[in-house]
Design a protein around this ligand. Structure first.
Ligand code: PEP
Ligand code: MG
Length: 737
């Protein structure tokens, strides 16, 4: 029986073979270790004793230079190169010529492969190509984990090392599971072609099919049925026809690679080059190029681009460059534990869906699709934005403990579900839920929320492929009311424009979209749109209670104009002999500061008010809510903002007009405490916030908090955010935060 071949023996044989094929005296393989240095793993020609002993840091010597630049280096006089560094144990000073190539995989440098000749010699382009192809083979060996058994100084090799990454949390929660690549890479099984002309033929056919699929995508977006952005698709089309790229692919096949290996090779080179780019435009192009190469590989392998939802394993954590909300909805929720994205995409609709499904999600994790392999262990923390790839056992244990704690806390919140929502001193606080999709509705019952305090109707429009007609709208609203099972639903009319665009609507070129044509401004200028929506709501709520609110109201006159349209629709419904809703209320959102100086009038004109603190913050502080540079600059617990909010609560009380606050701040326990102290008695928030806020409410002495906050707000010597004193107050009053 033949002896089993060890990984070391295999490597030793490979370097001998390469040296002989390249007619070189030396061939050495250096492998990048997880702790940084490149370690000599095998050599033919250099001193064998140096194997697993000699190391180079990236940037050190010629080998380190190749690792750092990810580019081949061919020298006929290596010793005079400024980067040359002498390692006596290898005995290499007698070699004049040097050719080294990076061992690349997915843009990462896994090692360096080197050949050396004693005599001066110029390596040809073909020789460089040939060595790169061999490096690809070695990359597969490294990635497969085969070399782990021969790690020299105990340090694991770099490719499977744990990675601790950080991104933007977009949907809270904690998920532990295994990577499922949303659009999996195709594993290139065969590298060297048997028949070059056949491979060229396969490549040409795949390019044709890939181009046709891109054209089809663009055609679909032309009918307005696709959510993909046209500009992105046009960039795709440009790459799919890029002559330089296609030439490099054909050349790679002509050099002896299979079509798949050629795509991978050309892609590796481009990635290594573009990854060092800091220019965002060029980095975006890299994304496009990766997508196109991926499409081509799927064509060649005859595989579908997307994993079938039924193929999803248990505890799946989806990893994708970006993802449409529809794609996320296609997966089986019961098996999903998290989502990690390189980018969340325009206005982050996928985040909205992830939140509605209660799936922890993190976006803006650079390069994540390259870093992970299918099936890797991964942890997603949707609160801190941390992503742990291939975590060490102690890290995994710490997160498991965190998950258990979370689950215990959720149990405690669940236990509070049926307790009356009242403060310790007996003030009733209405806790309501924000929603926007039918999939949100089950949370109403789970959380014990009193009603849907904000139903963002635009989400349904954003997910649709075209503008929903009246019948479709009516059936959605009816389904929402049915799902609410007798609880009130406050529907907000379309709030589009600004950061919320509909994929099938013409993009407006506005210099300041947040200050532009949006929400009720659009509704009043295009009354057909608004009236259709109001009519659909009136029909859906036949015989039931209907609450509607108008977003982005800037003047009372605007609200009255909206009310006039609504009244016409009510009259129309009655004229048609349809059953009207049992009770109808029309409210105004207070989220544009001008209303603060018309607050008495709006409190009189509207049946109820709802404070949109997200927008009110951005307009009060002139700080764009989606601009990361400024969004976190101002505190919602600043005296100015708290005074503005108080004026709304006070006006509501004076006019006996109910006031709710439905921005994110109502869902943050400390802020919710401040709001109650200011006089707010109804807060509407994300489903996940209801438990923590209720725990705060039942432990709060609202009267004491009101007095203390009043003192803080009237103290002439106090400047800056009240966060710290409010925190201290909460501790003093033993409020559960
Ligand atoms: C708000 O502005 O606070 C709000 C609730 O609405 P949106 O976040 O949808 O603009
Ligand atoms: Mg708003």
């Amino acid at each position: 029986m033949a002896e089993p071949v060890t990984a070391q023996a295999r490597l030793d044989r490979i370097v001998v073979l390469i040296a002989s094929n390249m007619v070189a005296e030396v061939c050495s393989l250096y492998v990048a270790r997880a702790d940084g240095p490149l370690e000599l793993y095998a050599t033919e020609g250099l001193n064998r004793e140096a194997v697993h002993l000699t190391t180079m840091m990236p940037g050190e010597g010629l080998v380190g230079l190749i690792a750092a630049t990810a580019e081949p280096l061919a020298l006929s006089d290596a010793q005079n190169h400024p980067a040359f560094s002498y390692k006596p144990e290898t005995g290499e000073e007698i070699y004049q010529s040097f050719l080294g190539v990076p061992v690349l995989r997915g843009g990462a440098t896994l090692g360096v492969l080197v050949v050396q000749n004693r005599a001066r010699r110029t390596y040809s382009e073909e020789e460089i190509e040939a060595l790169q192809t061999t490096a690809m083979l070695l990359a597969e060996m490294i990635v497969s984990g085969e070399l782990q058994s021969i790690t020299g100084q105990g340090a694991p090799i770099a490719v499977r090392r744990p990675e601790s990454l950080i991104g933007q949390p977009i949907a809270e929660g904690l998920g532990l599971g295994h990577v499922v690549l949303h659009q999996p890479r195709v594993a290139v099984a065969k590298i060297v072609a048997d028949d070059i002309s056949m491979e060229l033929d396969r490549l040409e056919k795949a390019i044709e099919a890939m181009r046709a699929s891109v054209d089809a995508l663009i055609d679909r977006s032309d009918d307005g049925r696709s959510g993909e952005h046209r500009e992105v698709l046009e960039a795709f089309r440009m790459i799919a026809h890029d002559r330089g790229w296609l030439r490099r692919l054909r050349e790679a096949v002509a050099s002896g690679l299979t079509a798949e290996a050629a795509v991978e090779r050309v892609q590796n080179d481009a990635r290594a080059r573009l990854q060092r780019q800091t220019d965002p435009y060029l980095r975006d192009r890299l994304h496009d190029l990766t997508d196109i190469a991926n499409r081509l590989l799927h064509q060649l392998a005859g595989q579908s681009l997307v994993l079938l939802p039924s193929e999803l394993p248990e505890n799946a954590i989806l990893v994708a460059r970006s993802m449409s909300p529809a794609a996320l909805l296609d997966y089986d929720r019961a098996r999903l534990r998290g989502v990690v994205l390189e980018e969340a995409g325009a206005s982050s609709h996928v985040a909205i869906v992830a939140r509605a499904l209660a799936i922890p999600a993190v976006s803006d994790v650079p390069n994540i699709t390259e870093i992970v392999e299918q099936g890797d262990a991964i942890i997603v923390d949707g609160v801190t934005g941390e992503v742990q790839v291939r975590p060490q056992p102690d890290i995994e244990a710490a997160y498991s403990e965190k998950a258990r704690l979370r689950a215990r806390r959720q149990d405690q919140y669940r236990a509070l579900r049926d307790a009356p929502s009242a403060t310790a001193d007996g003030v009733t606080i209405g806790l309501h839920m924000n929603a926007g999709l039918l999939i949100d509705m089950p949370h109403l019952d789970e959380t014990g929320a009193e009603s849907i305090g904000l139903f963002r109707t635009e989400l349904q429009f954003m997910l649709a492929n075209s503008f929903p007609r009246i019948d479709a709208q009516e059936s959605i609203y009816r389904a929402v009311l049915d799902a609410a099972g007798g609880h009130v639903v406050t529907f907000r009319t379309l709030d589009i424009g600004g950061d919320k665009m509909l994929p099938y609507m013409k993009r407006l070129d506005e210099a300041n979209p947040a200050l532009g044509w949006r929400a009720i401004r659009m509704g009043l200028d295009r009354p057909g749109l608004l009236r259709t929506q109001l009519r659909a709501m009136l029909r859906a709520a036949a015989g039931r209670e209907l609450k509607v609110m108008i977003p982005m109201v800037s003047t009372v006159a605007e609200f009255l104009a909206a009310r006039a349209l609504f009244d016409k629709e009510i009259a129309f419904v009655k004229r048609c002999g349809r059953e009207p809703p049992r009770d109808i209320k029309l409210g105004a959102m207070v989220e544009v500061p001008s209303l603060l100086w018309e607050i008495e009038e709006i409190a009189e004109a509207a049946d109820f008010l709802s404070v949109g603190s997200n927008d009110l913050m951005q307009y009060v502080f002139a700080a764009d809510r989606v601009n990361k540079r400024v969004a976190g600059r101002f505190d919602e617990l600043s005296p100015s903002f708290l005074r503005a909010l108080k004026s709304i609560a006070d006006a509501g009380a004076r006019h006996r007009t109910p006031v709710t606050l439905c921005g994110e701040m109502g869902g943050r326990p400390l802020s919710a405490m401040a709001l109650i102290a200011l006089g707010f008695r109804n807060l509407s928030m994300a489903a996940t916030a209801i438990g923590p806020v209720k725990a705060m409410v039942v432990s709060l002495d609202a009267g004491a908090a009101a007095l203390e906050l009043q003192a803080l707000l009237t103290d002439p010597d106090r400047h800056g955010s009240l966060r710290a004193p409010l925190q201290a107050l909460a501790e003093r009053l033993a409020v559960r935060l």
